[in-house]
Design a protein around this ligand. Structure first.
Ligand SMILES: NC(=O)c1ccc[n+]([C@@H]2O[C@H](COP(=O)([O-])OP(=O)(O)OC[C@H]3O[C@@H](n4cnc5c(N)ncnc54)[C@H](OP(=O)(O)O)[C@@H]3O)[C@@H](O)[C@H]2O)c1
Length: 322
């Protein structure tokens, strides 16, 4: 099969031929029709993985990149009875290591981290959803925004942010999105009521001016300890925070803020829940731009520059079987 892989962290990723992977107990092999691109893919390709992530996730070499998948079940591993060969599914590998990736004609994934593809979406669209929506749902579990509360979403125009903005707005929260001016209309269309252009204004000062009483909720998808520390200064006492970098404990204690680092939880039930929301129109797709698998390097470079609106997706039309 074709696979976009690298020989080690930081090595050159290339499109190459590799043996087809075989599903083990609890796994499913999927003929990949489309694969979403995530910042973690470009970080792995650059060798820019944090020691914390490396500690949790080992690598299988050669390392096939890619985490999001939408495709057709091709082979079942022992013990799998939740899907059948020929089913259209979407999801994530669900493996405790990197390397079993989806930028390939065939990918082995855990049956526990896939669900039937949303019926209303094509594979290209469905592949944009799993990682971003599961991360956004996890952020919602942490902060649980309530009707009328004010939520600041930093890095709102990316894949995760596009879902977070919608999920907060659907709960009746007042959403302030931080993004470039070019993304303001996009974010208003997803439910943001105000957009702070970080290129013209300091987001912390702008948020403080807009809500002197303090924010109820902060979802910080940008990270960086200093920026997060400043943002925590505009969260009200007793507020809730979901973030991608570790917040300073002393500040949280002083302000009685409950904060948690987001670690996306993906399950079949949660993917099925998101599929229902997409099929009923309660949740909308992020903006999507797609490229064929042989332009994976270009997609990773674009993702690495950090300004993708919504999601980038790789398409694998006529995948070569074995
Ligand atoms: N822990 C987990 O389980 C988990 C899972 C998935 C993702 N994540 C993390 O979640 C974060 C978001 O992921 P993602 O997939 O949504 O990323 P993404 O799609 O690559 O984000 C791209 C967006 O970032 C925005 N951006 C760039 N610089 C910004 C700035 N200074 N201020 C505000 N927005 C800025 C860009 O909008 P503009 O063009 O408007 O700047 C662009 O739309 C990443 O840190 C990722 O690693 C964590």
């Amino acid at each position: 099969m074709r696979a976009f892989a690298l020989d080690d962290f930081g090595g050159s990723a290339t499109l190459r031929y590799m043996p087809a992977p075989m599903p083990e107990e609890g796994d499913v092999r999927v003929r990949v029709m489309a694969a979403g691109v995530n910042p973690l893919d470009s970080a792995i390709a650059r060798g820019a993985i944090s020691p914390r992530v490396k500690e949790v996730m080992r690598a299988r070499l050669p390392l096939v990149l890619g985490m999001d998948v939408s495709g057709i079940v091709d082979l079942l591993g022992p013990g799998v009875n939740t899907v059948a060969v020929g089913d259209e599914v979407y999801g994530l590998p669900g493996k405790p290591f990197f390397g079993c990736g989806t930028f390939a004609d065939l990918a082995v994934v855990s049956a526990s981290t896939i669900a039937h593809k949303p019926a209303s979406l094509c594979h290209r669209e469905a592949a944009a959803v799993p990682m971003a929506a599961m991360t956004a749902l996890t952020a919602m579990d942490i902060v649980q925004p309530l009707e009328g509360e004010t939520v600041l979403v930093v890095r709102a125009a990316g894949g995760v942010g596009s879902f977070v903005v919608q999920m907060c707005a659907a709960r009746g929260a007042h959403v302030i999105a931080v993004a470039r001016a070019a993304n303001a209309d996009y974010l208003r269309g997803l439910g943001a009521t105000q957009v702070i252009d970080y290129e013209r204004t300091d987001p912390t000062m702008a948020a403080a001016a807009l809500h002197p009483g303090g924010l109820d909720v902060l979802v910080d998808l940008l990270g960086g300890r200093d920026a997060l520390t400043r943002l925590l200064g505009v969260v009200r006492e007793g507020g809730r925070v979901a973030c991608v970098s570790k917040p300073p404990d002393d500040l949280l204690a002083a302000q009685r803020i409950r904060a948690e680092v987001i670690m996306a939880v993906a399950t079949t039930d949660r993917l099925a829940q998101v599929a229902r929301l997409l099929d009923t129109g309660a949740l909308r797709l992020p903006a999507i731009r797609s490229l064929p698998l042989d332009r994976a390097l270009e997609a990773l470079e674009e993702s690495g520059r950090g300004h993708v609106r919504g999601k980038l997706v790789l398409t694998l039309p006529a995948g070569i079987p074995e």
